[in-house]
Ligand binder design. Structure first.
Ligand SMILES: NC(=O)c1ccc[n+]([C@@H]2O[C@H](COP(=O)([O-])OP(=O)(O)OC[C@H]3O[C@@H](n4cnc5c(N)ncnc54)[C@H](OP(=O)(O)O)[C@@H]3O)[C@@H](O)[C@H]2O)c1
Length: 330
């Protein structure tokens, strides 16, 4: 038996697509003392994977052409040289786009599939859910009655962060890119307003929906959307820079014009990387699992089938993203 892997073959310039990857076959590794061999069931598709190809990043050494793509994955232990894990157990790890991954026992998290389906552990119960938790509660600090604006609101982080703001009795406005996604935000997640940025003028819609201004902008996209959101900052507001997905595939970054608004609004702007605060992950995971189990936190996953479709899935989140988390069934 061999191990199928997805390799980055060339550094992308502009939009990442299938031509940047190839499939190879290697030997399945054998675990040594303290190691665990995992058969991946689902691999994660995340916006930051595009940034890894710009190696090195500030949060990773990146992925060089000729190397296997990194990613989170969930799978089943098939061989264990660790007293902590047994064959057949489900785990979450950073095992990459491949069929079989070897991990140190300390870098695997046991998961309980009775809480949610396996793909959910890569989304709401994994790194993106933890990101929304830290971004909203540690940095955004929403308070009852405040107005919160969220971009990429139908993506995993956006929809989770938006639900947290609703739990805190905030008025929540989501920015997304289709009518179907607007309906989802309004009808399923009870957002107060939703803006289809592809069809509607963001500035006009914000004038209509948030005449009072915004207390917190949770930014997942950067670029022109961030620039427009700055115009609506209220006094002592916060801007949390979680991500800038609109800029990940462009050669010339958008130049922000409205930074003066931070000054006149006495606003704070905070960027963060979830991996810098792994000390906060256990609390976040505990609470996310309870909320999902109690159905207080909604989530959605979209599954591509076949490891060879991972590049196509990655391309899709930048071009035609579905609602929620994208994963690939290996
Ligand atoms: N700071 C951290 O540590 C950290 C950790 C995880 C993620 N992030 C960032 O959080 C953001 C969302 O990630 P996610 O996990 O929610 O990803 P996701 O589930 O794959 O969702 C991505 C969403 O981004 C939006 N999008 C895609 N291309 C876009 C473009 N060109 N312009 C504007 N919006 C676009 C779409 O939102 P709509 O469908 O609503 O239009 C899409 O659903 C990304 O910027 C990511 O890099 C940051």
């Amino acid at each position: 038996m061999k191990n199928k892997q997805v390799i980055l073959v060339k550094k992308p310039e502009g939009l990442i697509n299938e031509s940047h990857f190839s499939i190879v076959s290697t030997d399945i590794p054998t675990p040594k003392e303290g190691e665990v061999l995992v058969k991946n069931r689902y691999v994660s598709i995340d916006p930051y994977l595009r940034l890894l190809t710009e190696e090195p990043t500030t949060f990773s050494r990146g992925v060089k052409p000729g190397s296997r793509m990194e990613s989170w994955s969930v799978g089943e232990v098939v061989e264990s040289k660790s007293p902590v894990f047994q064959s057949g157990q489900y785990v979450l790890g950073y095992l990459g786009w491949q069929e079989y991954g070897l991990s140190n026992e300390r870098e695997l998290r046991p998961i309980d599939p009775s809480i949610a389906s396996l793909p959910a552990f890569l989304g709401v119960l994994g790194m993106p859910g933890i990101t929304a938790y830290l971004g909203m509660f540690d940095y955004g600090k929403p308070q009852a009655g405040q107005t919160v604006l969220i971009s990429a609101a139908a993506g995993t982080v956006g929809m989770t962060a938006g639900q947290f703001a609703k739990m805190h009795s905030c008025k929540v406005v989501g920015i997304t890119d289709s009518e179907e996604k607007c309906r989802f935000l309004l009808e399923e997640l009870n957002f107060d307003s939703a803006i289809n940025e592809k069809r509607e003028n963001l500035e006009e819609k914000l004038k209509q929906y948030v005449p009072e201004g915004i207390d917190l902008y949770y930014d997942n996209v950067g670029g022109e959307t961030l620039d427009t959101a700055l115009l609506f900052l209220r006094k002592n507001s916060r801007v949390v820079i979680c991500g800038m997905i609109s800029q990940y595939n462009v050669k010339t970054p958008y130049a922000i014009k409205n930074f003066e608004r931070l000054h006149s609004a006495r606003a704070t702007l905070k960027g963060f990387i979830v991996g810098d605060r792994t000390d906060r992950w256990p609390e976040a995971i505990r609470r996310l699992e309870v909320w999902v189990k109690e159905k207080k936190l909604k989530h959605r996953e979209n599954v591509f089938h076949g490891l060879e479709n991972a590049p196509k899935a990655l391309h899709s989140i930048f071009t035609n993203a579905p609602i929620g988390k994208t994963v690939v069934e290996v």
